[in-house]
Design a protein around this ligand. Sequence first.
Ligand SMILES: NC(=O)c1ccc[n+]([C@@H]2O[C@H](COP(=O)([O-])OP(=O)(O)OC[C@H]3O[C@@H](n4cnc5c(N)ncnc54)[C@H](OP(=O)(O)O)[C@@H]3O)[C@@H](O)[C@H]2O)c1
Length: 400
Amino acid sequence: MKVVVLGGYGHYGRYVARQLAERDIVTTLVVAGRSLEKAQAQADLLGAKAVAGRVDLFEKADVPEAVRGADLVVNATGPDHLTVIPALRLAIAAGADYCDLNISWRATEEALAMSQDAAAAGITAITGIGAFPGLFSLLAMQGVSRFDQVKTLRLGYCMSVQAAFGDSLGGAPAHTSHQEIGAALAAVIHGFSGTARQFVDGRYADLPAFGPAYKIPLLSGGAIEVHTQGSAEPITLPESIPGIEEVTMGAGFYPPQVNDLIKRHIDAHFPGEEEAVVAAVRKELAGDPERWTAEAREDVTKGESVCLEGIKDGRPARCLVEPNWNAEAFAEDASGDVVTGGPLLVASLKLLGGEIGAKGGFAPETCFSPGSFFEDLRREVNLFTERDGALVTEKFEFLG
Ligand SMILES: NC(=O)c1ccc[n+]([C@@H]2O[C@H](COP(=O)([O-])OP(=O)(O)OC[C@H]3O[C@@H](n4cnc5c(N)ncnc54)[C@H](OP(=O)(O)O)[C@@H]3O)[C@@H](O)[C@H]2O)c1
């Protein structure tokens, strides 16, 4: 089958293209992006079935030669608020199934609104199957299935400032484009700009992004400190959890003092100026790295959390859900790209294998069942391991 990886020489695109090239079901793998030279260099690393193609999602044109006849378009481009809708339009025009890593709440709403067009084209389009959203949305659904009724779902992650802003702590030069700062960082900054649609008191509410810090407990102990972030989960998950009153998404940087610095620079710029935000943040970080990287507080740490509250066995209860990560997967892939790229790969393989009969546009939790998805992640990329007979740990606490 023919698969096109848009952004196939980008950070996550490289990972998924390499994995797909190793699968027998893929007979032609097109590595695509705006630079044919970069696409060719990447295709050359992937063996005989890989070819390069030039695709610019910002050009209004017919279906490019590289995409014609494709069975599946895997979209690993970004930032999502700019590239998801043109990529989905392209897949619809080409009659190819589609999946992406989309975190943008606006692009998610727009993509799902195109569901009828996707169905009319006879394709299945899945938007937001990375880690957040994606894997952690499915972990949330696993938790939901254990309750009589879930009332609140809080999702969040806290990442190290070094991981997010890279070598800049040593004083890298200011960067000037999305290409140079990377689409993922641009998308994260964008999600912290303007308003972030959340689901509160049983309805959608547009809250200021990067609002006041709040904590979410971690299963392993302690908590992460996060701020409201625009992302797909509060848009899609309420549709799958009848009667839920709150779905929120928060993110933050570690150590916590860098959040004030980053927020200040986001507030000083307009949405769309992510590269200028990153340049300003990098400059200030490099000016006083000790201040910004000092681990000053013990009450919060890094990590990811899925925290549900509701009624279980007739009693108020809280549940924290965490994957049983397989350390071997991280040893094989020190960058951790498997956490985001693995779910995109598994979704791609399920689409290629014809496992999803429904046509139209879908969020991951509406077309994948958590248990079998986690099994596939273990089989395909070794991401999970069994502990106490399960791939996922769920910790319940009764609240009254
Ligand atoms: N759901 C999740 O958990 C999750 C996690 C991490 C990242 N993400 C998302 O994944 C996306 C990719 O992140 P990344 O770090 O891999 O980004 P990246 O390294 O910057 O790669 C982006 C790729 O997209 C291509 N591209 C950009 N604009 C394009 C256009 N107009 N037409 C065709 N190709 C275009 C780029 O190549 P050219 O610029 O040369 O065209 C590049 O190959 C981000 O948008 C991010 O939000 C999601």
